[in-house]
Design a protein around this ligand. Structure first.
Ligand SMILES: *Cc1c(COP(=O)(O)O)cnc(C)c1O
Length: 401
């Protein structure tokens, strides 16, 4: 071994300070150095005033956290390796044996699977409520209810609940309210500020977000965030985050940081194309119902209008159709297979349009009264030209004769 290898590792060169460029630097670390033992003992990571270990934060993750707070109107943010990890972190941080969690019946499926799996095994019970009936939530709240999930719109069936009413009921009975805000993305409405300025402020306690979708925008990153406005609540979740050893890679954080400046433009583009296609789909005889909150006859349209119209009026990039029950599952599958631009795949928020047929009966405690009978197919709209996407659906519809 030469001595130069040691110099190469303990290199004295320090680049000049003051580098300034559009994107923040990417800092990668497990180990973080301390100048002295005293500094090692005294450094505090919980308030982000310093660095102690890569898992507790780097300039890159702090920068992303602060920007996401701005997007959603929060004050504190935690990053986790996926949207689902954000959902599970909230549950693990806030629920203990004997507690109950209430989940909307149209919730993101893996949230329900967590409740039916680990949470049940750990003595934490759950109940599903009808998201379109605040009275049902009210009736199901008990003195064991610690956490209430809300989602607007539902990510498969796209019905839009009366979010302020649900939040008011849950908070009124002392539960914490967590919103899965992946659909709204901080752009369709302000989760911590659900009412007009002249009314008493009302907001969710926690907003979780699958950064996998619109913030990353490329279909190539998995990440989630948990955003709060209450320092004490944030600390409870942060300590669980630390004990569970959750963190994200710097390259992934960089990918989200790069995509964030264009999120509003992309969201608006997905939204515009989706509205055109949903309108057009509404006129196709094979589709007995089209689910998209900006359509006048879609379930919860009035709630969407009253919550989202104050902002940019966003409605994201998803719509679902219910295919006439006269067509068999095989015919519906053949319709999906016949699409060319729409690829078969989960997730959304990237440049490529996707399609997934769902077995709604298996996903709900009962068939929702506001959804027509038939086979549900969800489209997630990418950034392609709307004419091409419409032509693709039109040609695939020929399969259904
Ligand atoms: C995709 C999604 C998640 C989970 O995100 P992952 O990063 O895929 O784990 C959670 N909630 C909703 C509504 C989603 O669409």
């Amino acid at each position: 071994m030469t001595q130069s290898i040691t110099t190469l590792i303990h290199h004295p060169y320090v680049p000049p300070a003051g580098f300034d460029a559009p994107q923040p630097g990417v800092f990668k670390a497990s180990t973080v150095f301390f100048p002295t033992v005293a500094a090692m003992r005294s450094r505090e990571w919980k308030d982000k005033s310093a660095y102690t270990y890569g898992l507790h934060g780097t300039p890159t993750t702090y920068a992303l956290e602060e920007r996401l707070c701005t997007l959603e109107g929060g004050l504190q943010c935690l990053l986790v390796p996926s949207g689902l990890a954000a959902v599970s972190l909230v549950a693990l941080a806030l629920l203990k044996q004997g507690d109950e969690v209430l989940i909307p019946d149209n919730a993101y499926g893996p949230n329900k699977a967590l409740a039916e799996g680990e949470l049940k095994d750990w003595g934490i019970s759950h109940r599903y409520y009808d998201p379109m009936d605040p009275n049902d939530l009210d009736a199901k709240m008990s003195n064991r209810t610690r956490l209430v999930w809300v989602e607007a719109a539902g990510s498969v069936t796209l019905e839009f609940p009366d979010l302020p009413a649900l939040v008011r009921i849950a908070k009124g009975k002392g539960a914490l309210v967590a919103l899965d805000n992946t659909w709204g993305a901080g752009l369709a409405f302000a989760p911590f500020n659900l009412l007009p300025a002249n009314e008493t402020p009302l907001g969710v306690d926690i907003s979780v977000h699958a950064l996998t979708k619109y913030p990353s925008g490329g279909g190539d990153v998995l990440m989630g965030s948990v955003i709060t406005r209450d320092a004490g609540l944030h600390l409870r979740i942060k300590l669980a985050h630390m004990r569970l050893g959750l963190g994200v890679g710097a390259n992934d954080a960089e990918a989200v940081l790069r995509a964030l400046p264009s999120i509003e433009l992309r969201y608006r583009a997905h939204d515009e194309t989706t509205r055109i296609l949903a309108q057009w789909a509404n006129a196709q005889p094979a589709f007995v119902q089209v689910l998209h909150p900006a359509l006048g006859d879609s379930p919860g349209h009035a709630h969407w209008k009253s919550l989202c119209k104050g902002g940019p009026g966003g409605a994201a990039g998803l719509f679902s159709v219910v295919i006439d029950p006269c067509y068999s599952q095989d015919q519906v599958d053949a319709f999906c297979d016949a699409l060319n631009l729409f690829r078969l795949g989960y997730s959304w928020g990237g440049p490529i349009s996707l399609v997934v047929p769902y077995d709604l009966a298996s996903m709900r405690t009962a068939w929702p009264a506001h959804i027509a009978r038939g086979t549900l197919v969800r489209f997630s709209i990418g950034l392609e030209a709307v004419e091409d996407l419409q032509a693709d659906i039109a040609q695939a519809l020929q399969i259904l004769g």
